[in-house]
Design a protein around this ligand. Structure first.
Ligand code: 5RP
Length: 264
């Protein structure tokens, strides 16, 4: 691996682990709860995360260019919650713009098994071809659109492997209760867990993240379960310790409780 690629990946994933904070939800679902003002939402969380995942629009409008926090730029889109098919995405951002905003990596969604499987996989291979020339890693997001039932190991393993085969340097996918180890072991590049809609309790989140890390995931890309929590900083601290310090669920819960109590 050449210097630039290695340097970007090591900033994004110190010691091979990572906690990315996605604030890209608006690109298809508009002003999501607690993300109406993404700059304000993310500010107190910055010390605890390794990178921010956002579009160029939010980057320009809401994030301080003086930040040293690496940016993973969301570069796919052009669909919406109220449109016909979430899977019908295009590449949204030129390589010039990716370089201009100093992105440490880029992310795009692939919709395997959908009507737009081929188009979104073509988006991935085109992006890899463009970004590899500049040493910029591509993170593929294995998206399921509205078909949440697809979040099972066989489908996720298939999707992650295909994304890696096409050149993604990192793959983001969903955790699943059964056989998540097969998803990770079948993928030759690091697998990062997505969050999904807000869980009922903090414990539920800590448990699934701990399980995924213990089965070989390299990290997390968790948004709503952090910034929709009643205690976002406590949640970020608790998750960080599982990802970077191999903390147990109990230790992480204690960190959450202490931080949340201190806030009251
Ligand atoms: C959507 C994405 C988002 O970055 C991610 O899913 C949002 O995170 P969360 O689900 O944890 O709120 O890639 O496809």
């Amino acid at each position: 691996m050449e210097w630039g690629m290695k340097n970007r990946l090591s900033q994004l994933m110190p010691n091979g682990r990572c906690f990315f904070m996605p604030i890209d939800h608006g690109y298809f679902q508009g002003p999501t709860r607690n993300l109406e003002k993404p700059g304000e939402t993310v500010k107190p969380l910055l010390p605890y995360v390794d990178a921010i995942f956002c579009t160029r629009g939010v980057l320009r409008a809401a994030l301080d260019p003086l930040t040293s926090k690496p940016i993973v730029l969301r570069v796919s889109g052009c669909t919406s919650m109220v449109g016909e098919d979430l899977a019908n995405e295009e590449l949204t951002t030129s390589i010039n713009e990716i370089i201009r905003v100093n992105a440490a990596a880029v992310g795009l969604s692939v919709f395997i098994g959908s009507h737009y499987e081929k188009e979104t996989l073509k988006n991935l291979s085109t992006l890899v071809n463009l970004c590899e020339d500049y040493g910029i890693p591509v993170m593929a997001v294995t998206a399921v659109g509205r078909e949440l039932e697809k979040r099972e190991a066989r489908y996720l393993a298939l999707s992650c492997r295909i994304a890696a085969e096409l050149g993604a340097r990192v793959v983001k996918t969903y955790w699943c209760e059964e056989h998540f180890d097969k998803v990770v072991n079948g993928c030759p590049v690091p697998v990062i867990m997505a969050g999904g809609p807000k869980c009922e309790t903090e414990l539920e989140v800590l448990e699934f993240v701990h399980d995924g890390i213990s089965k070989g995931a390299a990290g997390i890309n968790l948004g709503r379960n952090v910034w929709q929590s009643p205690n976002p900083v406590a949640m970020a601290k608790a998750l960080r310790t599982i990802v970077h310090d191999n903390a147990s669920v109990k230790q992480a819960q204690e960190i959450y409780n202490k931080e949340a109590k201190g806030k009251k």
